[in-house]
Write a protein that binds this ligand. Structure first.
Ligand code: HEC
Ligand code: HEC
Length: 438
């Protein structure tokens, strides 16, 4: 828990409310500040004059205790933030803040919200309703615009790389490579995951560094090894094109082309790239018991059995739908080098939590037969290699997920699991391929 400075609980409840307000002006609102305020208000209410465990600055008494314990670093505090000083700083900060807010409000009247009627996204058998962010309801126009952008090479520096270059519909919206290559054949660092059903992911990327499809969409454009084109250049290229100009106007109303509008349109299109209604869905949710072969039915049982394959603990199958991902991050012992270290520390990049070292997001398994090579580093070429990897229990390392362990699987059982994985290929919806040329 981060520590915050304290002033004594002086004054009546109005003054304490003012203190709370000023505190919130001075600190970013996150769980730490909220937790601090909760404890502080409670302690003041019950009459505690101070909350020592939350204090950043030791009080004189504490320092004496620390010195008595032989701590030479204990220094008598010289800094005290009193209510008055806090109020003064708070007042200045809040007036500057509201001034800036006013200014930016006046400057940016440009809305990134589509203006047309929102459309319902049709969901195939085996998938739940698509979550839609309140600020970006999909419209027929925003989806069509996003589709055009997704297949447009002009979003890259040398006009050779579109999103679809690495998320190619004929390869299950991946690129068929171990590690992606972008503009000028520049080598990326990870395998391109499919964008199929990415609409359901709570966090995007192998390490979860983007919280939404909107936030994700602009990053490959500017990424030096992917499309390598600044947002300003991308926007100005689009703004010069009369077809785009008309499409942006129709979708978002008057105003310039902005990167926010590009992001929103791309995200809305991606929300339509859904795959379900596979043989597995027809068997599991459609009541068609002939949809799977006997080998696939045996594979499904292994996949779900916690004492055998134990795959569904992460690649989830729910009662009425199946995403084949829990949206969480796990270390399955993949990507450990000969020296025993991770070549890529994955989720740790974002959280700096030891437990997240070498953890990656559980990928969906839908259309998995079409999206090899596999894993964040593309190191496993075939589904058989993947199943053999799991049977071996992953590379041992201190952060290995507790659900990963060696599984005794016969040759036939391994084959059954592979057959089951092949049953997850579903038809793509009709309007996600390249748009007709204009
Ligand atoms: C040069 C290849 C390349 C291009 C071009 C590219 N991507 Fe990606 N994409 C990747 C790679 C590699 C990742 C995984 C990166 C990571 O996790 O660090 C990724 C991840 C994603 C994800 C996250 C999926 C998931 O399961 O977390 C989405 C969504 C996505 N890209 C959409 C797009 C869009 C939209 C564009 C165009 C604006 C685009 N990509 C352009 C290679 C590419
Ligand atoms: C502890 C959670 C967990 C369990 C259990 C688990 N997986 Fe995974 N699976 C993951 C994660 C995380 C990844 C990505 C790991 C990486 O790239 O380093 C993954 C990757 C995969 C991939 C590659 C997907 C792709 O697009 O590259 C396949 C296939 C797969 N798992 C199948 C299985 C099967 C079959 C089982 C059971 C034998 C299983 N998984 C058990 C979490 C799990």
């Amino acid at each position: 828990m981060r520590q915050f400075p304290l002033s004594p609980c002086k004054g009546n409840s109005w003054q304490r409310a003012l203190e709370a307000f000023l505190f919130c002006c001075l600190h970013p609102v996150n769980w730490q500040t909220l937790m601090y305020m909760r404890v502080r208000l409670r302690d003041c209410r019950v009459g505690l004059r101070e909350t020592p465990r939350m204090s950043a600055f030791p009080r004189a008494g504490d320092v004496d205790d620390m010195k008595a314990e032989g701590n030479p670093d204990a220094v008598t505090p010289t800094r005290k933030i009193g209510l008055r000083r806090l109020a003064a700083v708070g007042l200045i900060a809040s007036s500057t803040f509201s001034g800036l807010l006013l200014l930016s409000g006046c400057k940016s009247k440009i809305s990134d919200r589509p203006i047309g009627n929102p459309v319902a996204i049709h969901v195939p058998l085996g998938l739940p309703p698509v979550p839609i962010p309140p600020g970006n309801p999909p419209t027929a126009d925003s989806i069509a615009l996003g589709r055009k952008l997704f297949y447009d090479v002009r979003l890259s520096k040398d006009n050779t790389v579109a999103c679809a270059f690495c998320h190619n519909p004929s390869l299950g919206f991946t690129d068929g490579m171990g590690i992606s290559r972008g503009v000028g054949g520049m080598m990326g660092v990870r395998n391109a995951p499919t964008v199929v059903n990415a609409a359901y992911l709570p966090l995007q990327f192998w390490d979860g560094r983007a919280v939404s499809l909107e936030e994700q969409a602009a990053s490959p454009i500017a990424d030096p090894v992917e499309m390598n084109q600044t947002h300003e250049v991308s926007v100005s290229k689009l703004a010069k094109d009369s077809t785009y100009k008309a499409m942006f106007l129709k979708t978002f109303g008057p105003g310039p082309v902005t990167i926010g509008r590009v992001e929103n349109a791309l995200a809305s299109f991606e929300r339509t790239i859904l795959s379900g209604n596979s043989a597995f869905d027809r068997y599991q949710f459609g009541g068609d018991k002939t949809a799977l072969t006997p080998a696939q039915i045996r594979g499904l049982a292994l996949f779900q059995d916690p004492k055998r394959g134990n795959c569904a603990v992460c690649h989830s199958i729910d009662a009425t739908y199946a995403l084949f991902t829990d949206g969480k991050f796990h270390n399955i012992g993949e990507g450990v080098g000969d020296d025993g270290n991770f070549k890529d520390i994955g989720r740790y990049h974002q959280t700096k939590l030891e437990a997240d070292r070498g953890a990656f997001k559980t990928p969906t398994l839908r259309n998995i037969a079409n999206t090899g090579p596999y894993m964040h580093d593309g190191s496993l070429k075939t589904l058989k290699e993947v199943v053999d990897f799991y049977a071996g229990g992953g590379n041992s390392n201190p952060y290995l997920d507790k659900e990963i362990r060696a599984i005794a699987l016969s040759g036939q059982e391994r084959g059954d699991l592979v057959e089951f994985l092949k049953s997850l290929t579903g038809a793509m919806p009709p309007n996600v391929g390249p748009p007709a040329k204009d």
